[in-house]
Design a protein around this ligand. Structure first.
Ligand SMILES: [Zn+2]
Ligand SMILES: [Zn+2]
Length: 139
């Protein structure tokens, strides 16, 4: 039986992006990664650098054949500080991306996404945005 993988669909290109799954299945644990305490998941697709903002109800259980072709992809979470003067909002963004990307590569990729990362005050982050943390999600 093919495995049912938790995926979301890029809101601009429609391609499937697999979310990290728990390594060991337990009853209490959600079957996919979601950022702790957040209503939304900001995710940039690898194919086109599109920014999507998902709600948890957008997560589908579906086949994700492309993942077999991309065994070397990793799922990153990066937190930025909005670079608009005096703003100070933190912005959390994610990408599933080629395993060859470093934390710096991934941060730059996220900042180059279209239409871009926005803070809660709707400022679009520029390349001057400070990276507060960057890590590969293991769930
Ligand atoms: Zn896309
Ligand atoms: Zn801001």
């Amino acid at each position: 039986m093919p495995q049912q993988l938790p995926v979301v669909r890029c809101q601009r290109g429609g391609e499937y992006i697999a979310l990290p799954r728990p390594s060991a299945t337990t009853e209490e644990r959600p079957q996919h990664y979601w950022p702790a305490g957040r209503q939304t998941l900001v995710l940039v697709c690898q194919d086109h650098g599109h920014t999507s903002v998902f709600k948890e109800k957008d997560v589908l259980l579906g086949l994700e054949p492309a993942e077999q072709d991309l065994p070397a992809s990793r799922f990153w979470k990066v937190e930025f500080l909005c670079d608009r003067e005096g703003c100070g909002q933190k912005v959390l963004a994610h990408a599933r991306i080629d395993a060859g990307y470093t934390a710096d590569d991934t941060a730059r990729y996220l900042l180059a996404s279209r239409p871009g990362l926005q803070c809660a005050e709707n400022h679009v982050l520029t390349f001057k945005a400070q990276v507060l943390s960057a890590e590969v999600v293991s769930y």
